[in-house]
Design a protein around this ligand. Structure first.
Ligand code: IVH
Length: 686
């Protein structure tokens, strides 16, 4: 390369890496893997070293990446939030150890911590109270997200014990995979495309403007770096133990290792065990334990010399893109799917990967026939990270996104500001109609369990049902004529449909499948408007006045009810005798359970889990998904998870049966609890 070419290369790499930093730190939407990023950074660092005059002053090799969002107040960090150097194999780690030992002159002790894949946060405590929470931002200044961070249940905002008057503590905010999956299920129930991974959701959640919305996201935190003036600790491990004793959440997987060999044992152990954790880890952070040595080792421009990250390998392979297919969801959302030559990745055969939307296809410039790089971490859904352009067939054609629905051939639409294309033919596009019927009969909606996916499809294909309102016109004779339909199954379907007439209004409302109207929103709307007529005629202001209803939901409702097809549908449901009015609550209303938090686990004989939840809430109590020190009662049913029981026992939570609950509500049981574990005496109030 001559000088001009090198300059061109440096300029291009600098610009590209800045863009990736912005995507990673600001948008929380990285488009390349950490490994690819580091490769590019290394290439740039190498070129800059050879040609220092061509390096940019603000090169990504010199500064911590990122930018600051303007929506929240920007706050300067008391001390810059630095990044960590990365290593990808044992040798690079041994090199790090050699550098440390050379600088110090002897063996050192390390602390190994799992590197959780979330987003970094800096917390400032004064007199034992959380004062401020700031995102990393560009490392120098970040966003004040205190109100949002306060909603994280595992974070103690008031400390106990002996703590320094003021200190800063940093950590990672993240989401457990279970919570993530639940959130995605809810999103899909609302007909929305799924989120890509827990990290993106965690990061997106913190940027929400409404803390009440954030509180609904199951975020967690782990704290790993204590900072302050004249702290009375001499090792990093003591700092973390102290933080734990003040009530702050720290990792319980951390280990002190005598030297680099012990560190390598830790790495090997967790490279396997990490797959069984409930959250994503992308590596291990190795820190010199002795704090005096931190000062001695110091920092480079952007990373400490006393710590390093070891990244677990993600597996990348390449395979051929055989085709791109397009899926149509219940709401008409189109998702492009890469159909791949099957390939083995981390023990599973990968045949398909989501291409998300037209923008993603454009960004990758992916074409049928390309060899594509497919990447999978231990737990992450496979993704296409790039194209092997050197193998692109000479006759390859750029991908043109479909303009018409692959199923019903209607012209697609794309609303302004949205990435997804939609098929607007909601009445006659088979996957949409079938998807809507499936949703309508689903457990949390009308709960017609004799109709599953296959049956919904069959009923539609046989012309018996063109919308869920048609279910109410089906006769036994219509069903019995269908292939492989026995009398019993036919009767079950008829009974199921009839039974759905008793389902309360809020679940009918949920069953309509209005975009963004999930289970909770439906409940709020039913409570606020009482019946469908009031809701249909509500103005935007009236909708917005309801707790938790924002612009997006209000607009979606207005759009839905403005469409004549929907008013016709609702009239059909009215005629069919569905509950379109909120019944006077059957559950006894009281505040007997006010201030009490319950966790419900297992199966009950006298009510379903959802009914138990309604009962508790109707009497002023709260329900939570997991047992914590804030839990007052664990309502234990048959088949309850042993982990929950163990945790509740160790925290001294009262474990009660369904009869105990009814007794608390003044409805003492006459039956003895046969199906439920008897609560241990010392834990039971009743
Ligand atoms: S220490 C100067 N410890 O990794 C010390 N970081 O690549 C800097 N991270 O920005 C951080 N787990 O978001 C540290 N146990 C841990 C960590 C951890 C995850 C993240 C953190 C940081 C990034 C650096």
């Amino acid at each position: 390369m001559d000088q001009a070419e090198v300059k061109k290369k440096i300029d291009a790499l600098t610009a590209e890496l800045k863009e990736h930093n912005y995507r990673y730190y600001v948008l929380s939407e990285p488009t390349i893997s950490d490994f690819e990023f580091d490769q590019k950074l290394k290439e740039l660092a190498y070129l800059e070293q050879q040609y220092p005059d061509l390096a940019h002053d603000d090169s990504p090799t010199k500064v911590v990446g990122g930018g600051v969002q303007n929506e929240f107040k920007t706050i300067k960090h008391r001390r810059p939030m630095l990044s960590l150097g990365n290593t990808y194999n044992d040798q690079e780690l041994r090199d790090f150890d050699a550098r440390v030992k050379k600088a110090i002159g002897h063996e050192v002790e390390y602390v190994c911590e799992l590197k959780i894949d979330g987003l970094a946060i800096s917390l400032f405590f004064e007199n034992g109270k959380l004062k401020q929470a700031i995102t990393r931002g560009d490392g120098v200044q970040g966003d004040d997200v205190t109100a949002n961070v306060r909603t994280i249940r595992s974070l103690a905002t008031t400390l106990h014990g002996q703590f320094p008057e003021s200190f800063e503590i940093r950590g990672e905010i993240f989401m457990h995979r279970k919570g993530f999956e639940k959130l995605n299920q809810e999103r899909q129930l609302q007909g929305e495309p799924a989120y890509a991974n827990p990290r993106n959701v965690a990061s997106g959640s913190l940027k929400l403007k409404d803390p009440a919305e954030v509180a609904k996201r199951p975020l967690d935190i782990t704290l790993y770096h204590l900072l302050g003036d004249n702290l009375p600790f001499d090792t990093h491990h003591h700092c973390i133990q102290a933080a734990k004793s003040w009530g702050l959440k720290t990792a319980d997987t951390t280990e002190v290792c005598k030297g680099i060999d012990e560190v390598l044992v830790f790495l090997k152990k967790w490279d396997e065990k990490r797959h069984y954790l409930g959250f994503d880890t992308d590596g291990v952070v190795i820190k010199v334990n002795n704090l005096a040595l931190h000062d001695e080792l110091g920092y480079t421009a952007k990373v400490p010399r006393w710590a390093i990250a070891y990244k677990f390998q993600t597996e990348t392979t390449s395979t051929r893109l055989l085709g791109i297919t397009y899926q149509v969801g219940r709401t008409g959302a189109i998702t492009p799917v890469a159909e791949l030559q099957p390939v083995l990745l981390l023990g599973t055969t990968v045949k398909r990967a989501s291409l998300h939307n037209a923008n993603e296809i454009g960004r990758l410039d992916v074409r049928v026939g390309d060899m594509v790089f497919v990447e999978k971490g231990g737990e992450i859904i496979p993704k296409i990270t790039g194209i092997d352009f050197s193998q692109r067939p000479a006759d390859s054609e750029p991908t043109s996104y479909i303009t018409h629905c692959p199923v019903c051939h209607t012209a697609l639409i794309r609303n302004e500001g949205e990435a997804q294309h939609y098929c607007p033919n909601e009445d006659a596009c088979a996957p949409q109609v079938i998807g809507k019927i499936e949703h309508y009969v689903s457990r949390k909606a009308l709960n017609i369990d004799s109709i599953g996916s296959e049956m919904a499809k069959l009923l539609y294909e046989q012309g018996l049902v063109n919308s869920f309102a048609d279910l109410y016109n089906i006769q036994f004779e219509d069903l019995i004529g269908l292939e492989r339909m026995g009398e019993k199954s036919a009767q079950n379907i008829i009974d199921g449909i009839a039974g759905s007439r008793e389902v309360p209004f809020e679940r009918v409302l949920f069953g309509l499948g209005i975009r963004y109207v999930g289970e909770t929103v439906a409940k709020k709307l039913a409570a606020a408007f009482g019946n469908i007529n009031n809701l249909m005629h509500a103005s935007k202001e009236e909708l917005l006045a309801v707790d938790e209803i924002g612009e997006v939901i209000a607009d979606s409702l207005l759009r839905y009810f403005a469409d004549e097809r929907h008013t016709t549908l609702i009239n059909q449901l009215k005629k069919a005798g569905l509950q379109l009015e909120k019944a006077e609550s059957a559950a006894p209303q009281s505040d007997v359970l006010k201030g009490l938090t319950f966790v419900i686990s297992g199966v009950f004989t006298r009510f379903s889990r959802d009914e138990a939840k309604d009962l508790i809430e109707a009497n002023g109590g709260k329900c939570s998904g997991s047992v914590s020190s804030k839990t007052n009662y664990l309502l234990a049913g048959e088949g309850m998870g042993p982990a929950k029981l163990e945790k509740a026992t160790s925290l001294g939570v009262n474990i009660i049966s369904e009869n105990d609950l009814l007794a608390m509500l003044g409805n003492p049981s006459t039956e003895s609890p046969t199906n439920n574990p008897s609560p241990p005496a010392q834990n039971t109030l009743f």
